[in-house]
Design a binder for this molecule. Structure first.
Ligand code: ASP
Length: 437
């Protein structure tokens, strides 16, 4: 058994959390490779080290002295080292990082130092080897991950270590400079290490006990999700669930490795298991989760006999492509076709998009309706239970919610519903109540 563990910033924000993390790691001999984030917030108004580093870089670019902000960063690490009573000095590192950030050598370099320094401390505290991510995680010139090279070099490196700490969030470009993933990217580093190590499990330790069935800002005390498949998670995360970086699933999913989302502050909680295929023992719920987002627009294109006109849909989509607008959903009727897009995608392009659809399709009418919220009701249980859609729609009708759009994927894994933004929270509540309470 081999486990790879990633700890988020709040799990490594101060010395007490480091102790908690070490206890978790030592409780299980199969926990061999650890990926730390940079120190996160210790309290609500606190600032993440990564944010401070970005600020230093911006100040340096603006010709300002970074000393006051950099001093705060140094003190965060000094405090951890002191409280853990470690025989480690990072002062020489601080000096060279200070110089390079002052010279504004690179935004990604600056940001990556948060994970690098935290990794150095964690490795020393655990007595594990330190593997610098720049030597084992590689990007291509176009900025995408070079999976093949990374996997080959990283697997070989891991084989040489019984235990190791590999800092999250960054790797290197072909010319050796540092590049980071997007924010929250240590989740991706963890997944990459899990795959290269051939792990049995990727444990992602954070400050919540896994995913909840609905947003707690919409539903009071929602139930946790015990098991979710990769496919279901895609449908939910796409709509805005935020515990795990969206791109973190790909490396592990491809390798058939499950992810366990766990809570550093409540290590006894089972958390959420993200699995390729749900085991027979998993809960029998019809609905796994409900997620949603506001800020969508519906572009409706009407044309008589549209259904008989070959190439109509392509022409509508072509106008979006030409205008650089990406679409989310595409429900259509006999003489109408609707395209759901994020309202932000239309910024500054509304009239051009309308004009080019008119021109290319000869449509009878085109309207754009803003203020739409989209809900995804997701569940692998839907496929074996009849009447799920009916239950959803009658729950919404009972709550006097007008449905603007419906889209069910043929996988029967999700039902997407568009409602007015003002109905958004009530719609989530109504569906949750129908299936959970
Ligand atoms: N420290 C980085 C961030 O704040 C990466 C991470 O925590 O995953 O985005």
């Amino acid at each position: 058994m081999l486990k790879v563990l990633k700890f988020g910033g709040s799990s490594l924000a101060d010395a007490p959390h480091f102790r908690q993390v070490a206890e978790i790691i030592r409780a299980d001999a199969s926990r061999r490779f650890v990926i730390p984030s940079a120190p996160g917030k210790r309290y609500k108004e606190d600032e993440k080290v990564t944010d401070l580093l970005y600020r230093c870089y911006d100040m340096a670019i603006g010709g300002q002295d970074i000393t006051p902000v950099f001093e705060r960063i140094k003190n965060r690490y000094r405090e951890i080292i002191r409280d853990l009573q470690l025989d480690l000095s990072l002062e020489a590192e601080f000096d060279s990082i200070f110089l390079l950030i002052s010279e504004a050598v690179g935004r990604d370099y600056a940001a990556s130092r948060g994970e690098y320094l935290n990794g150095r401390i964690l490795a020393r505290y655990l007595g594990y080897d330190f593997i610098d991510a720049k030597d084992v995680i590689f990007f291509r010139d176009n900025g995408t991950l070079d999976s093949d090279r990374t996997n080959a070099v990283l697997s070989a490196a891991l084989e040489a270590h019984e235990h190791a700490v590999i800092p999250g969030f960054y790797g290197s470009m072909p010319n050796g400079t540092i590049k980071t993933f997007s924010r929250g990217g240590s989740d991706i580093s963890g997944a990459i290490v899990a795959r290269a190590a051939g792990a049995d499990l990727y444990e992602n330790w954070t400050d919540v006990s896994g995913f909840l069935m609905a947003d707690p800002r919409c539903v009071e005390d929602p139930m946790p999700i015990d098991v979710i498949t990769y496919k279901e998670l895609r449908e939910l995360s796409y709509m805005g669930a935020s515990v795990l970086h969206e791109d973190a699933v790909f490396p592990v999913r491809a390798a058939g490795i499950s992810i366990n989302i766990l809570n550093t502050n409540k290590p006894e909680d089972a958390g959420t298991m993200i699995v390729p295929v749900a085991p027979a023992t998993a809960s029998e719920r019809i609905i796994t989760g409900i997620a949603g987002k506001i800020g969508f627009s519906i572009i409706s294109v009407e044309k008589d006999m549209m259904n008989a006109e070959i190439g109509f849909g392509r022409r509508v989509l072509e106008t979006l492509e030409v205008n650089g607008v990406s679409f989310e959903h595409l429900p259509s009727g006999i003489d109408t076709m609707s395209v759901i897009v994020k309202t932000s995608e239309l910024e500054g392009k509304r009239n051009t998009v309308m004009d080019s659809i008119f021109k290319l399709t000869n449509a009878d009418a085109i309207t754009i309706e803003d203020g739409i919220a989209m809900l995804a009701v997701v569940g692998r249980g839907m496929i074996r239970s009849k009447g799920t859609a009916a239950r959803i729609f009658s729950a919404l009708a009972k709550a006097s919610i007008n449905i603007k759009m419906i889209d069910q994927g043929s996988s029967e894994l999700n039902i997407i519903i568009g409602v007015e933004e003002s109905d958004y929270i009530n719609a989530i509540r109504a569906i949750y109540r129908e299936f959970v309470c």
